[in-house]
Design a protein around this ligand. Sequence first.
Ligand code: MRU
Length: 346
Amino acid sequence: MTLAGPRPATVPSAVRFADGVLYALDQAALPWSERELALRDAEQVAIAIERLQIRGAPLIGVAAAYGLALALAADPGERALLAAHERLRATRPTAVNLTHALERVRAAALEAAEPRRAAAALAQARAIEAEERAASASIAAHGARLLAGARRLLTHCNTGFLAAPGRGTALAVIAEKADREQLELVLATETRPLLQGARLTVYELSRLGIEHRLIADSAAAGLIASGAVDAAIVGCDRVALNGDVANKVGTYAIALAAHAAKIPLVVAGPTSTIDPRIESGEEITIEERGEDEVRRLRGVELTLPGTPCRNPAFDVTPAALVSALVTERGVAEPPNAATISALLHR
Ligand code: MRU
C-alpha cells in the first residue's frame, strides 16, 4: 500500500472530556465513518465500552474513570457511587486497567466530603488520563531502543492512539521506530472476529504514514516461519505477576509461531495493565462474547444461521513465550516474577 505524506506531529484523541461530557471517537464505526459520541452519564459510558465503541485496555480504564465522575456529578451519594462503580466494572472482565482506574476514582471520591466528590473524581480521572499519556511516550522510547535492529514487525489487534491515551502501546513503539527511520514494513493481522486490525490498526498506520500490509490472521504463522518479519509486538489486557499475558485472541498462536521461528515476541503496555493480585495467567478471567460476532460480519451471514459458536475475546500467552514486557518504567526481559516485581518497585 502506498501511503500518505509525512507523519503528523499529533494524533487525534480517542476520548476527551469537556463541559461535563465525555466525547469518544466511535470505534465501532471506524474506519468508514469518523463520528464522535457524546456521553453524558455512566450508563452511556458503560454501553459504549460494552459495544467496543470505546476499547483497548488503557482507554477503557480512562473512559470508565470519567464515567464514574459523571455518575458522581449526578448523585454524589455513596450508594450511587458503588452502583455506578459496579456497572462500569462489569462491562469488560479481562482488562485490569478498568478495575485499577475505577478503584482510584472511587477512593479519591470517598476521601472527599459529599459536595466535593464529583470534583475529586474528575480530578482523579484527569490524572489517570495524563499518566497513561505519559506512559505511552515512555513505552515508545523503551520499545524503540529494545527493537532498534528490527525493521519488519508484525502486530495484532489494535494498540495505537485509538486504544490508549497518547500514541498507544505496541503501536506507539512502531510509530517511534518509524520516526527514527528504523522501520521498513508492518504486517497487521485483521483480528477476527471484530477486525480491530483491519479496521483500526490499518486506519492508524495510514494516518501515521507507516508502510504496512494487512494479512489474514491465518497467514501470520506461515509468514513468521518464512522470515517475513524480524519481531512481533503486541499490547496486553492483563499481565500476571509471573509474566503470563492476556491479550486479544490469536496472540497465543502468534507467540507460538514466533518462538518456533526464534524471533522475539515483545509485549507493550503500561504498568496499570499488571495485576498485582494474580500470580499466574490461570487466574485471568477471559471474556466470552456473543456468538453472533463469529456467525456474522457487518450483518453478513458467514455460516448456517444458528450455528453454535465459541467467542473468547482474549487468550493467555505463557511468560515463557514472551521475550520482553515493555512498560513506562522500563523493560522486564524476560518477564518473570523477579523482573516484574523489580519493575513494580521501581
Ligand atoms: O477487545 P479489545 O479490542 O478491547 O482488545 C484490545 C486488545 O486486546 C489490545 O491488544 C490491548 O487492549 C492493548 S491496547 C493498547
